[in-house]
Every structure is written in C-alpha cells, then in structure tokens.
Design a protein. Structure first.
Length: 215
C-alpha cells in the first residue's frame, strides 16, 4: 500500500512539474497570423509602459547594393504585466544605390517555446509586413510584397507575448546580405517556488519507492 502511495505521489508531482508555467497555445514552429493585418488605429504606446531602453540606431547592410537607414526597438509592458516587443525600420532617402536599396526582413532569435506570440502591426510607416513565421526559436517578419524601399519606413511591428522578463540580445536586418544589430528578446519563465517544491517532492517520492523496491 505504501509503495502504491509513493508511486502515485511521485507521478503526480512530476506531471505537474512538466506542465509549463505558461501553457503555450502556439505550435513550436508557427505564430498565429490571423490578426497580423490588424492595425491598431491610434497610437498604442500610451497604453503600454516602456520597460527597456529605447534603441534607435543607424545601420548599413553591406550587400552589392548597400542599404542605409535607422532601426528602432523597445520593450513595453501591458496592463497584465506581459511584455510587448516593438520593432521598426526606416531607409534613408539617398542610400548608396537607391535604385536597388530595400529591406526584406527583420528577424529575432532565442524565443523559447514557452513564449506565446500575438503579432500585430501599427500603421505608423508606409510598408506593412507581408508575413511572419517562427522556426526553431527564430521569429521573422517579412517585407517581400512590398519591400521597404529607399525613403520608406516599415509599420511598427508589435509582438505581444506572455513573457514577463527580457534580455538584450541581437536582431537581424536583411536585404540581399545581413546585419546584426542590438535588440531585445524575452526570457523563458523561471520555475516558481511551488514548482521547485513539486520537483523535490517527486524526486523524494521516486527515491523512496526505489529503496522500497530494492528491499
């Protein structure tokens, strides 16, 4: 009887442990895009609190047709305390080769599977993203139809998440080549004290069960 109780406790504790703190509704390799074209109308930022520094910096993409411009990124917190990651890119009106200058995509990596994403766009610039996907922890926002061309700016790209913490990392800008620049990515949730307790309880239960079986 004691053996059965110990086994049940161990299994229950470990099954609760393996349930993620944020139950992801997003398949590992795909971001829902149903509302990707939803523009937020008025400026969304007054309803969001900035929690990271504001990065606004120049870049040059070293392709055969060099592209120059500025990008911006910042992290905001919504009313629930969850984080919103914002990205934006603007090309100079006179890049070195204006006829072929463009931006094809922005990518950001190291997104843990436990982080859910709801992608939206704010029609601040002239070019909306034409698609978005998530493969192996990398989220890519495409400007293929149309491209962001010389003198144009992208929409503000807003990634609403269930994350509550972030870190400084890198994002990628690409035309025919690529450039790595500073950006922010979410951190995976850390186990709560109750979760750690369950882990300890499960391990203790399994250990006791193993000793019982040996006897």
């Amino acid at each position: 009887m004691k053996r059965a109780i110990l086994a049940a406790v161990a299994v229950l504790s470990l099954s609760l442990l393996l349930t993620p703190a944020f139950a992801s509704t997003v398949p590992a390799n795909q971001v829902p895009v149903a509302n990707l074209w939803t523009t937020l109308g008025t400026n969304p930022f007054p309803s969001l609190n900035p929690v990271s520094p504001f990065i606004f910096a120049p870049f040059t993409l070293p392709s055969l047709n060099p592209v120059t411009g500025h990008y911006a990124t910042q992290v905001f917190s919504d009313a629930s305390g969850h984080l919103v990651f914002a990205y934006y890119v603007q090309l100079d009106g006179n890049p070195p080769n204006a006829a072929n200058a463009d931006i094809q995509k922005i990518s950001t990596g190291d997104w843990d599977d436990s982080i859910t994403v709801d992608a939206k766009q704010w029609a601040d610039g002239s070019v909306p993203a034409s698609g978005i996907n998530r493969i192996n922890g990398v989220i890519t926002m495409y400007f293929q139809i149309p491209l962001v061309k010389a003198g144009q700016a992208s929409y503000d790209l807003l990634l609403y998440t269930n994350a509550t913490d972030y870190t400084l990392d890198t994002i990628g800008l690409q035309d025919g080549a690529g450039q790595t620049v500073n950006g922010f990515v979410p951190l995976a949730p850390t186990p709560e004290p109750a979760t750690l307790s369950l882990l300890g309880f499960g391990i203790v239960g399994l250990g006791a069960l193993r000793k019982k079986v040996r006897k």
